[in-house]
Design a protein around this ligand. Structure first.
Ligand code: ATP
Ligand code: MG
Length: 467
């Protein structure tokens, strides 16, 4: 995760500023009686601007691409994931947070998004809508796995799922959206890896070929791979153990054993991607961890060292049989999921947004009123909230304004109140100017960042004023 160091979190107008709780969790804080669970991470103010940026960019891109949002439960019946993700996967075998509720139902915190979205698609009758049905989702997922950089037990995925179109055009669309998104948010050094793993027509013959090649090597392989050999040999190629990977270097590859239809589909997808200027590398060993994939599989991998070994940012593919497996009509589908924490790691530190204005006044009620007036016009502003309740001196309040990194202090003294005016102080230059209170919002909006007021006079009075 992109923890950012220390409590100094923003540098606005050349001034170091601090914000409460903005620093790295536990870096300087007290020894807590209760620690956060392993593999979880608080998103504190130093990091939340990056999340907001990523989330709003995704929302905008999905909207212009005509994908609609779905929000599905965070827990589901365990059976959903057993069936949808597959009994032979690491997720189902080792990683699920499964518990019994008070009525002894077996429930599981969702480890991924697709199974829940497919269930909602059927339960909500979306399969009766005219295809394609193009959906997106975002939210936390839960997997019990060993934690390290880029791998947590609660992590966030943003994903798309497009139902009802079998042709490669929609594979190309979802891939192009993922690449566009990564480009837009500034995640460089990403490469699209592409493969096709065939369909229920051509895969059984390939599976037998693979088994025949691997059977003699079985005793040398890890326990998981010996199990996969029986249950889902394709997934052996996804083994993370290097010793095993080395035994798979010369195995037959799915892409060389596709039926004509799968082969055409793959060729057309590659042509379509070429036409969009989307670069990819073919990775014939790419199989993906989940059981339900058919034909297209892909991953977007980053070479950025900040991700360590966990270099896959986005992963997806086609799953033409999953809807039927859940009791729906035969429905082709394709989608991807992107790991947001890994993206945050790639993007590094972002600045914490500062308020535009900070109200300084001995009259707390009027200060709050003025803040609300400005906020109602869309101007971000704040005021002093002293720990002891009573208004502090102007000097102290101006210090607070400085710490908040606000561009302007809006000073509302007795004189200003009586005259229906405010004093606007440029926190960078120290220059100040009286403006009618009713013109304040327009005056702030008209003034681009850092621009000095038209009529300025030297900064002296407010700093020495006392409440
Ligand atoms: P791996 O084989 O590395 O475990 P996976 O097949 O389990 O990957 P997916 O289920 O395809 O991964 O998840 C899609 C994306 O979600 C990943 O590429 C990654 O960016 C992110 N992701 C998956 N698991 C985690 C995790 N434990 N912590 C953070 N991000 C994760
Ligand atoms: Mg995994």
């Amino acid at each position: 995760m992109g923890q950012t160091g220390g409590t100094v979190v923003a540098e606005a107008e050349g001034r170091k500023t601090e914000q409460a709780g903005a620093g790295r969790p536990g870096a300087e804080g007290p020894q807590l009686a209760i620690q956060p669970p392993r593999g979880t991470h608080d998103i504190l103010p130093a990091e939340s601007p990056s999340w907001q940026l990523l989330e709003s960019a995704a929302r905008r891109l999905f909207q212009v691409s005509n994908y609609q949002e779905v929000r599905v439960p965070i827990f589901e019946h365990t059976e959903l994931f057993k069936r949808g993700v597959g009994e032979t996967t690491d997720i189902v075998n080792k990683e699920m947070y499964t518990f019994s509720d008070r009525s002894d139902r077996s429930l599981t915190l969702r480890p991924e998004g697709t199974a829940g979205v497919v269930r909602a698609y059927l339960h909500g009758g979306l399969h009766r809508m005219s295809p394609p049905v193009k959906l997106w989702y975002a939210g936390p997922m839960f997997r019990y796995e060993s934690t390290k950089t880029g791998r947590q037990r609660q992590f966030n995925q943003t994903g798309v799922e497009a139902f009802g179109s079998a042709g490669p055009l929609i594979d190309a669309e979802v891939i192009v959206i993922a690449l566009r998104y990564l480009q837009e948010v500034g995640a460089e050094s990403c490469t699209l890896q592409l493969n096709s793993i065939g369909c229920p027509l051509c895969r059984p013959a390939y599976r037998e070929l693979l088994k025949a090649r691997l059977a003699p090597r079985l005793p040398e392989l890890c326990g998981d791979c010996q199990d996969r050999f029986q249950r889902n040999p394709l997934r052996m190629l996804d083994c993370k153990i290097r010793h095993d990977q080395e035994r798979y270097l010369d195995v037959p590859l799915a892409v060389d054993h596709l039926c004509q239809e799968c082969s055409d589909h793959f060729q057309q997808l590659k042509d379509l991607l070429d036409r969009q200027g989307a670069r990819y590398v073919l990775n014939p060993r790419l199989v993906r961890g989940l059981d339900y994939y058919t034909r297209t599989v892909f991953e977007v991998v980053s070479s950025d060292h900040r991700l360590g070994v966990e270099s896959t940012v986005c992963a997806g593919g086609r799953y033409d049989n999953l809807v039927e497996l859940f009791g729906g009509p035969p429905t082709p589908a394709v989608g991807w999921a992107l790991g947001m924490e890994r993206l945050i790691l790639l993007l590094g530190e972002k600045r914490v947004p500062a308020p535009e204005a900070f109200i300084v006044s001995a009259n707390q009620a009027e200060a709050l009123r003025l803040a609300c007036e400005l906020r109602a016009t869309g101007i971000a502003c704040d005021l002093d909230f002293p720990s002891r309740g009573q208004a502090r001196s102007f000097g102290k309040q101006l210090q607070q304004a400085n710490r908040s990194a606000a561009r302007w202090a809006v000073i509302l003294g007795d004189d200003e109140l009586a005259a229906g005016e405010v004093t606007l102080k440029n926190m960078k230059t120290g220059s100040q100017q009286r403006v009618p209170r009713r013109d304040l919002a327009v005056s702030l909006k008209d003034r681009p960042a850092g621009q000095a007021p038209a009529e300025e006079r030297p900064d002296n009075e407010p700093e020495t004023r006392t409440s």
